[in-house]
Write a protein that binds this ligand. Sequence first.
Ligand SMILES: [Zn+2]
Length: 252
Amino acid sequence: MQTFLVLIYGLLIGSFLNVCIYRIPRNESISFPPSHCTNCKNRIKWYDLVPVISYIFLKGKCRYCGEKISVRYPLIELTTGVIFLALNIEYGLSFSFFKYAVLVCFLIVIGMIDLDTTDVYLKTTLPGIIIGIILIITGYFIGYYFKSDMLYYAYGGLLGGGLISLIILLTKGMGWGDAEICLLTGLFLGFKLTILMLFFAFVFGGFIGVLLVLLKKKSRKDYIPFGPFISAAGIFTILFGEKIIAWYIGLF
Ligand SMILES: [Zn+2]
Protein backbone atom coordinates (compact mmCIF):
# COMPACT_ATOMS: atom_id res chain seq x y z
CA MET A 1 0.00 0.00 0.00
CA GLN A 2 2.77 2.41 0.96
CA THR A 3 4.67 1.80 -2.29
CA PHE A 4 1.45 2.34 -4.26
CA LEU A 5 0.79 5.67 -2.53
CA VAL A 6 4.40 6.74 -3.12
CA LEU A 7 3.95 5.96 -6.83
CA ILE A 8 0.76 8.08 -6.95
CA TYR A 9 2.51 10.95 -5.15
CA GLY A 10 5.42 10.65 -7.56
CA LEU A 11 3.10 10.86 -10.57
CA LEU A 12 1.32 13.93 -9.13
CA ILE A 13 4.60 15.64 -8.25
CA GLY A 14 5.84 14.81 -11.76
CA SER A 15 2.79 16.65 -13.08
CA PHE A 16 3.77 19.69 -10.96
CA LEU A 17 7.37 19.46 -12.27
CA ASN A 18 5.96 19.76 -15.80
CA VAL A 19 4.33 23.04 -14.77
CA CYS A 20 7.65 24.28 -13.33
CA ILE A 21 9.60 23.26 -16.46
CA TYR A 22 7.15 25.13 -18.69
CA ARG A 23 6.53 28.24 -16.62
CA ILE A 24 9.83 29.09 -14.89
CA PRO A 25 11.72 30.06 -18.09
CA ARG A 26 8.68 32.12 -19.16
CA ASN A 27 8.75 34.01 -15.87
CA GLU A 28 5.24 32.83 -15.05
CA SER A 29 3.98 31.96 -11.58
CA ILE A 30 4.03 28.21 -10.88
CA SER A 31 0.80 28.41 -8.83
CA PHE A 32 -1.38 30.83 -10.78
CA PRO A 33 -3.26 30.70 -13.12
CA PRO A 34 -4.51 27.09 -12.87
CA SER A 35 -3.52 24.66 -15.64
CA HIS A 36 -4.73 25.76 -19.04
CA CYS A 37 -4.12 24.75 -22.63
CA THR A 38 -1.17 26.80 -23.87
CA ASN A 39 -2.84 27.06 -27.28
CA CYS A 40 -6.56 27.83 -26.69
CA LYS A 41 -6.17 29.00 -23.04
CA ASN A 42 -9.14 26.87 -21.93
CA ARG A 43 -8.85 25.86 -18.31
CA ILE A 44 -8.12 22.13 -18.00
CA LYS A 45 -10.66 20.24 -15.86
CA TRP A 46 -9.43 18.05 -13.03
CA TYR A 47 -10.35 14.83 -14.85
CA ASP A 48 -8.06 15.84 -17.71
CA LEU A 49 -5.18 16.38 -15.27
CA VAL A 50 -4.82 12.80 -14.01
CA PRO A 51 -1.14 11.99 -14.61
CA VAL A 52 -0.42 9.69 -17.60
CA ILE A 53 -4.04 8.38 -17.73
CA SER A 54 -5.61 11.60 -19.00
CA TYR A 55 -2.99 11.79 -21.73
CA ILE A 56 -3.96 8.31 -22.92
CA PHE A 57 -7.71 9.06 -22.81
CA LEU A 58 -7.26 12.36 -24.64
CA LYS A 59 -5.03 10.55 -27.19
CA GLY A 60 -2.41 13.25 -26.62
CA LYS A 61 -4.65 16.15 -27.77
CA CYS A 62 -6.32 19.11 -26.06
CA ARG A 63 -10.04 18.38 -25.39
CA TYR A 64 -11.06 21.82 -26.71
CA CYS A 65 -8.84 22.77 -29.62
CA GLY A 66 -7.19 19.45 -30.52
CA GLU A 67 -3.68 20.89 -30.12
CA LYS A 68 -1.13 18.11 -29.72
CA ILE A 69 0.14 17.60 -26.14
CA SER A 70 3.80 16.64 -26.02
CA VAL A 71 4.47 13.04 -25.00
CA ARG A 72 7.08 14.53 -22.69
CA TYR A 73 4.40 15.43 -20.13
CA PRO A 74 3.31 11.85 -19.34
CA LEU A 75 6.93 10.67 -19.67
CA ILE A 76 8.13 13.09 -16.98
CA GLU A 77 5.19 12.10 -14.75
CA LEU A 78 6.00 8.43 -15.22
CA THR A 79 9.74 8.94 -14.70
CA THR A 80 9.15 10.84 -11.45
CA GLY A 81 6.67 8.21 -10.25
CA VAL A 82 8.98 5.29 -11.02
CA ILE A 83 12.02 6.94 -9.41
CA PHE A 84 9.98 7.69 -6.26
CA LEU A 85 8.89 4.04 -6.25
CA ALA A 86 12.47 2.80 -6.60
CA LEU A 87 13.62 5.11 -3.78
CA ASN A 88 10.81 3.87 -1.55
CA ILE A 89 11.74 0.23 -2.18
CA GLU A 90 15.38 1.01 -1.36
CA TYR A 91 14.95 3.41 1.59
CA GLY A 92 11.37 3.00 2.90
CA LEU A 93 10.08 6.34 4.14
CA SER A 94 13.37 7.31 5.77
CA PHE A 95 15.25 10.61 5.76
CA SER A 96 17.29 9.33 2.78
CA PHE A 97 14.09 8.75 0.82
CA PHE A 98 12.89 12.33 1.32
CA LYS A 99 16.33 13.79 0.70
CA TYR A 100 16.79 11.95 -2.59
CA ALA A 101 13.18 12.55 -3.69
CA VAL A 102 13.72 16.31 -3.24
CA LEU A 103 17.00 16.17 -5.17
CA VAL A 104 15.40 14.21 -8.03
CA CYS A 105 12.72 16.92 -8.38
CA PHE A 106 15.32 19.68 -8.61
CA LEU A 107 17.42 17.71 -11.09
CA ILE A 108 14.47 16.95 -13.38
CA VAL A 109 13.32 20.58 -13.45
CA ILE A 110 16.82 22.09 -13.86
CA GLY A 111 17.93 19.51 -16.44
CA MET A 112 14.80 19.83 -18.59
CA ILE A 113 14.83 23.65 -18.50
CA ASP A 114 18.51 23.62 -19.52
CA LEU A 115 17.66 21.22 -22.36
CA ASP A 116 14.85 23.53 -23.55
CA THR A 117 16.53 26.90 -23.13
CA THR A 118 20.29 26.16 -22.65
CA ASP A 119 19.92 28.26 -19.50
CA VAL A 120 20.20 27.38 -15.82
CA TYR A 121 18.09 29.64 -13.61
CA LEU A 122 19.34 30.81 -10.22
CA LYS A 123 15.74 30.76 -9.02
CA THR A 124 15.85 26.95 -9.45
CA THR A 125 19.40 26.27 -8.20
CA LEU A 126 19.48 28.65 -5.21
CA PRO A 127 16.42 27.13 -3.46
CA GLY A 128 17.99 23.69 -4.04
CA ILE A 129 21.29 24.77 -2.49
CA ILE A 130 19.49 26.31 0.51
CA ILE A 131 17.31 23.21 1.01
CA GLY A 132 20.45 21.05 0.70
CA ILE A 133 22.11 22.98 3.55
CA ILE A 134 18.91 22.86 5.65
CA LEU A 135 18.71 19.09 5.15
CA ILE A 136 22.31 18.59 6.29
CA ILE A 137 21.56 20.52 9.50
CA THR A 138 18.19 18.75 9.95
CA GLY A 139 19.83 15.35 9.46
CA TYR A 140 22.21 16.17 12.30
CA PHE A 141 19.50 17.43 14.66
CA ILE A 142 17.25 14.38 14.16
CA GLY A 143 20.24 12.14 14.87
CA TYR A 144 20.49 10.79 11.32
CA TYR A 145 23.92 12.32 10.74
CA PHE A 146 26.96 12.55 12.99
CA LYS A 147 28.79 15.85 13.23
CA SER A 148 31.43 14.48 10.82
CA ASP A 149 28.68 13.67 8.29
CA MET A 150 27.81 17.36 8.09
CA LEU A 151 31.33 18.06 6.83
CA TYR A 152 31.14 15.04 4.50
CA TYR A 153 28.09 16.49 2.74
CA ALA A 154 29.47 20.03 2.74
CA TYR A 155 32.64 18.66 1.06
CA GLY A 156 30.42 16.99 -1.54
CA GLY A 157 29.01 20.38 -2.47
CA LEU A 158 32.43 22.03 -2.44
CA LEU A 159 33.90 19.29 -4.64
CA GLY A 160 31.06 19.52 -7.20
CA GLY A 161 30.91 23.30 -7.31
CA GLY A 162 34.68 23.67 -7.00
CA LEU A 163 35.69 21.29 -9.78
CA ILE A 164 33.28 22.84 -12.30
CA SER A 165 34.36 26.36 -11.26
CA LEU A 166 37.96 25.36 -11.89
CA ILE A 167 37.05 24.02 -15.34
CA ILE A 168 35.20 27.26 -16.14
CA LEU A 169 38.17 29.38 -15.08
CA LEU A 170 40.65 27.25 -17.04
CA THR A 171 38.69 26.44 -20.21
CA LYS A 172 35.51 28.56 -20.26
CA GLY A 173 33.95 25.35 -21.58
CA MET A 174 31.07 25.34 -19.12
CA GLY A 175 28.69 27.81 -17.55
CA TRP A 176 28.32 28.96 -13.96
CA GLY A 177 24.92 27.28 -13.99
CA ASP A 178 26.73 23.94 -14.26
CA ALA A 179 28.77 24.79 -11.15
CA GLU A 180 25.54 25.68 -9.31
CA ILE A 181 23.94 22.31 -10.21
CA CYS A 182 27.05 20.39 -9.08
CA LEU A 183 27.24 22.33 -5.81
CA LEU A 184 23.54 21.61 -5.21
CA THR A 185 23.85 17.92 -6.07
CA GLY A 186 27.03 17.49 -4.02
CA LEU A 187 25.31 18.78 -0.87
CA PHE A 188 22.72 16.01 -1.19
CA LEU A 189 25.06 13.21 -2.30
CA GLY A 190 28.08 13.73 -0.08
CA PHE A 191 31.73 13.43 -1.09
CA LYS A 192 32.01 9.86 -2.43
CA LEU A 193 28.84 9.83 -4.52
CA THR A 194 29.69 13.30 -5.87
CA ILE A 195 32.91 11.90 -7.36
CA LEU A 196 30.81 9.23 -9.07
CA MET A 197 28.21 11.77 -10.23
CA LEU A 198 30.90 13.99 -11.81
CA PHE A 199 32.46 10.97 -13.50
CA PHE A 200 29.14 9.88 -15.03
CA ALA A 201 28.25 13.45 -16.06
CA PHE A 202 31.44 13.60 -18.16
CA VAL A 203 30.94 10.07 -19.51
CA PHE A 204 27.32 10.75 -20.52
CA GLY A 205 28.17 14.21 -21.88
CA GLY A 206 31.15 12.95 -23.85
CA PHE A 207 29.29 9.95 -25.24
CA ILE A 208 26.18 11.86 -26.33
CA GLY A 209 28.29 14.77 -27.59
CA VAL A 210 30.33 12.50 -29.87
CA LEU A 211 27.16 10.67 -30.96
CA LEU A 212 25.41 13.93 -31.92
CA VAL A 213 28.42 15.03 -33.97
CA LEU A 214 28.72 11.62 -35.66
CA LEU A 215 25.00 11.63 -36.49
CA LYS A 216 25.52 15.18 -37.82
CA LYS A 217 22.78 16.49 -35.49
CA LYS A 218 25.32 18.97 -34.14
CA SER A 219 28.60 20.30 -35.45
CA ARG A 220 31.68 20.45 -33.25
CA LYS A 221 31.18 24.18 -32.79
CA ASP A 222 27.58 23.86 -31.56
CA TYR A 223 26.79 24.55 -27.95
CA ILE A 224 25.54 21.49 -26.11
CA PRO A 225 24.14 22.27 -22.64
CA PHE A 226 25.87 20.26 -19.93
CA GLY A 227 23.12 20.62 -17.29
CA PRO A 228 20.99 17.73 -18.61
CA PHE A 229 24.01 15.40 -18.28
CA ILE A 230 24.68 16.50 -14.71
CA SER A 231 21.00 15.90 -13.93
CA ALA A 232 21.00 12.47 -15.55
CA ALA A 233 24.26 11.55 -13.80
CA GLY A 234 22.86 12.78 -10.47
CA ILE A 235 19.72 10.65 -10.79
CA PHE A 236 21.77 7.67 -11.99
CA THR A 237 24.07 8.03 -8.97
CA ILE A 238 21.13 8.28 -6.54
CA LEU A 239 19.70 5.03 -7.92
CA PHE A 240 22.88 2.99 -8.49
CA GLY A 241 25.78 4.84 -6.84
CA GLU A 242 25.99 2.85 -3.61
CA LYS A 243 25.79 -0.45 -5.52
CA ILE A 244 28.50 0.64 -7.96
CA ILE A 245 30.83 1.64 -5.10
CA ALA A 246 30.19 -1.67 -3.28
CA TRP A 247 30.92 -3.58 -6.50
CA TYR A 248 34.07 -1.54 -7.15
CA ILE A 249 35.41 -2.11 -3.64
CA GLY A 250 34.63 -5.82 -4.02
CA LEU A 251 37.02 -5.99 -6.98
CA PHE A 252 40.07 -5.60 -4.72
ZN1 LIG B 1 -6.45 23.75 -26.38
